[in-house]
Design a protein around this ligand. Sequence first.
Ligand SMILES: [Fe+2]
Length: 239
Amino acid sequence: MTAALPPYRRDGMQAHPPRDHAAYRSTALRHPKQPLLPLPHSMTELTQPMLGTGAIGELDHDLTQQHPGEPIGERIIVTGRVLDGNRRPVRDTLVEIWQANAAGRYIQKEDQHPAPLDPHFTGVGRCLTDNDGRYRFVTIKPGAYPWKNHLNAWRPAHIHFSLFGTAFVTRLITQMYFPGDPLFPYDPIMQSVREESDRQRMVARFDMETTEPEWALGYQWDIVLRGPETTPPDPDEDH
Ligand SMILES: [Fe+2]
């Protein structure tokens, strides 16, 4: 039965951050001490739970409409396609995002840095891709925020993405960045992806076609789930 399931291309491992990245201190505690052994994909990896469409609310994709009032900040549209390792669209797949508000503050109680919360912004959204593999979110551009990795450490503005794809082997947790951010060279998380060409696959493209007059700036960002052009995964899922 396993033989009838589609094979998945191996990722281009150079796009993956190293498991232990000294500049990103907490990775020291979060990786296996032994070299990884590639195993053949079996039923466990080539299948996934069925995620029914009924679980997605009508406004789950619009983070600006989840409260009675509008959140503060720069309204943006973030859209793109989810593609497999052969650049074919991945349809009806769950895309989840979470992010800081316009002031760079997360709603989680663990985030206590001195920036305001926004009562009209939770910072969590989800949607399913359409027949072309396209997702679309309306949200607020997140602010940069400090973290305690080292003195004066600031994260570039980013949105966290989580995708299931078509099987557990296509599971991807990553971050989307905004073009031209001056914090890129100083961010150990982004720089843990070693090649500039791989890092660029995490940066969205400003797009005037997506931009809507009198409403919101638009960004395009395609996500590749497997293979040599895979979107680099997040070295850590907490930030
Ligand atoms: Fe973050």
